[in-house]
Ligand binder design. Structure first.
Ligand SMILES: NC(=O)c1ccc[n+]([C@@H]2O[C@H](COP(=O)([O-])OP(=O)(O)OC[C@H]3O[C@@H](n4cnc5c(N)ncnc54)[C@H](O)[C@@H]3O)[C@@H](O)[C@H]2O)c1
Length: 512
């Protein structure tokens, strides 16, 4: 197999640079590594030797192959070591001025048709390319950490990038066993842009006092099921893993780069906790506390046990597409059904809002007896790990507890929320779909590449567009329109990409 590049230079021997070196050396291409800190190169070389020793030990790589791979890696004390390279990948500190200076210096040692790629996560590839005489040879090549295991790479073209550069970089990635997705140079590219919903919308719900962060994590891990899978980590567990010092600036940067677009507005909670140094796992304390790499159990965050299953509850279910399923559930849990057109004076009133809050759904009914059940995800008898209900501010504690005990009667765990337009799952999932649709609408990448990048880059159970298809585009639209109407917050205005496909009955993966 002919590699599209014969010799690759890597600048920056940090976490990313060493991963990129490993990937391409393993794929059979000679690689030269340079860093302004000789100690960083030494550490990277030591790390590579250790990595391959471990791979040989585990039987994943033969001793000969490991030796051949290591022999393909050399180091250079200065940039002149890159003279014969037809590709140089930059993975240095995330500063525009420093990257621009490096790119100018690289142009002096490389032949005019050599490609220069940047691994930047948040800077404009176009702005970096603007520093050089031949911007057509500059592209983004955005890998994820750890590079050898995260099989996705965004191949980013700016307005001046020569399309053949993107084709060659994509081919190199494929030959190395990675999945390339070609995208336009826009803030956050695909993955960091698409990630502006899971954490930020959860922080927004937390900021509204809907429930605590441990409960939001439990809901998104246990209630959500897309194609039989949920999120592996809750949003606050994920923020702790990434570190708020990394994630909060990304949230701010994308918000400002899109000229204060409401959909991406970060939370003041993130800014405050960052200022307080509650960064996450790396400092032993974030939303959770950590010792020796594990979460320290905190009784204050534990779930309180459900009230005992009540007897003699009469339940009335509001009209809606899932009225029959909700009635079957409540009857199966031991309630007597009230099937009147209006609830009798002693019935528990069960609402099933999509997008709107319990208060809005309870209009014209006795809100003191009203609770809302989230029906977006499977909620049937013995068919789910977690059910989620919420109350109106007028709901009496005795009615809330009766509903809580009833919904937990088959052993399902139950989260009880304060009123929120869209519960937790509806608002977080609808925002993931909404942001994914905006990325598609801007033609940042093809719909299928958007989904591939998000699935592999963020580990979501599905890409945002397939997620929207699984829920149903019309339902996602209804949720967003409901949230938009109740909150009057432009954050929730539905994307045109979603609205058109929902109205036409098309898949969100449908391009035009
Ligand atoms: N760490 C991640 O998860 C991640 C993921 C994707 C992209 N990125 C991007 O990759 C790049 C590198 O990130 P990292 O985490 O590997 O950083 P790092 O801090 O681990 O390593 C950066 C290395 O670059 C060297 N360096 C700094 N200025 C230099 C210069 N002018 N010339 C040569 N070497 C120089 C430093 O000595 C250091 O060894 C950044 O642009 C970052 O945004 C990081």
């Amino acid at each position: 197999m002919n590699s599209p590049f014969s010799r690759i230079g890597v600048v920056g021997a940090g976490a990313m640079g060493r991963g990129i070196v490993q990937l391409f050396a393993q794929a059979g291409v000679p690689v030269v590594l340079h860093d302004t800190q000789p100690s960083a190169v030494e550490a990277a070389m030591g790390h590579l030797r250790d990595t391959f020793a471990r791979l040989v030990e585990k039987g994943k790589v033969s001793a000969d192959a490991a030796q051949a791979t290591l022999a393909r890696v050399s180091s250079g004390e200065n940039l002149s070591a890159f003279a014969g390279c037809d590709l140089v990948i930059e993975a240095i500190v995330e500063r525009l001025d420093i990257k621009q200076t490096l790119f100018r210096a690289l142009e002096d040692v490389l032949s005019p048709d050599a490609v220069i790629a940047t691994n930047t996560s948040s800077l404009s590839v176009t702005a970096i390319a603007a520093a050089v005489r031949h911007p057509q040879r500059v592209a983004g090549y955005h890998f994820f950490n750890p590079v050898p295991l995260m099989r996705i790479v965004e191949v980013i073209g700016g307005p001046r990038t020569e399309p053949s550069v993107l084709t060659r970089l994509s081919e190199l990635a494929r030959q190395s066993g990675h999945v390339p997705v070609v995208c336009q140079d826009t803030p956050g590219f695909i993955v960091n842009h698409a990630g502006r919903a899971f954490g930020p919308e959860s922080l927004k719900a937390l900021g509204e006092g809907v429930t605590g962060y441990a409960d939001i994590d439990r809901i998104l891990r246990e209630q959500v099921q897309i194609g039989g899978q949920g999120f592996k980590l809750g949003p606050f567990e994920l923020l702790d893993l990434t570190g708020l010092d990394v994630s909060h600036p990304v949230m701010e940067s994308i918000y400002h780069q899109y000229y204060e677009e409401a959909r991406y507005k970060p939370s003041v909670i993130g800014a405050q906790r960052l200022a307080a140094g509650l960064l996450g796992r790396k400092v032993g304390e974030g939303f959770y506390r950590y010792a020796a790499g594990s979460v320290v159990a905190d009784p204050a965050l534990a779930e309180s046990p459900a009230p005992a299953a009540p007897t003699g509850v009469r339940a009335w279910v509001a009209r809606g597409p899932q009225q029959a399923d909700v009635r079957a559930l409540l009857e199966g849990l031991g309630a007597t059904l009230d099937t009147g057109a209006q609830p009798s004076p002693d019935s528990l009133i069960v609402l099933t809002p999509l997008g709107i809050d319990a208060t809005e759904a309870a209009r014209g009914l006795d809100a003191r007896r009203a609770v809302a059940l989230d029906t977006l995800m499977p909620f049937g008898l013995r068919a789910c790990k977690r059910r989620v209900m919420m109350t109106t501010p007028a709901t009496g504690a005795e009615w809330r507890d009766r509903a809580h005990g009833l919904l937990a009667a088959d052993g399902a765990r139950v989260s009880v929320l304060r009123d929120s337009a869209g519960f937790i799952a509806q608002r977080v999932l609808a925002m993931i779909v909404s942001v994914g649709c905006e990325i598609a609408q801007q033609r940042v990448a093809s719909p299928s590449d958007i989904d591939t990048a998000v699935r592999l880059g963020l580990g979501y159970p599905a890409g945002p567009l397939s997620m929207g298809d699984a829920i149903g585009p019309a339902r996602v639209l209804e949720i967003l329109e409901g949230m938009h109407r109740v909150t009057a917050d432009p954050r929730y205005r539905p994307s045109a990409w979603l609205r058109r496909r929902a109205l036409l009955g098309l898949s969100l993966l449908n391009d035009d």
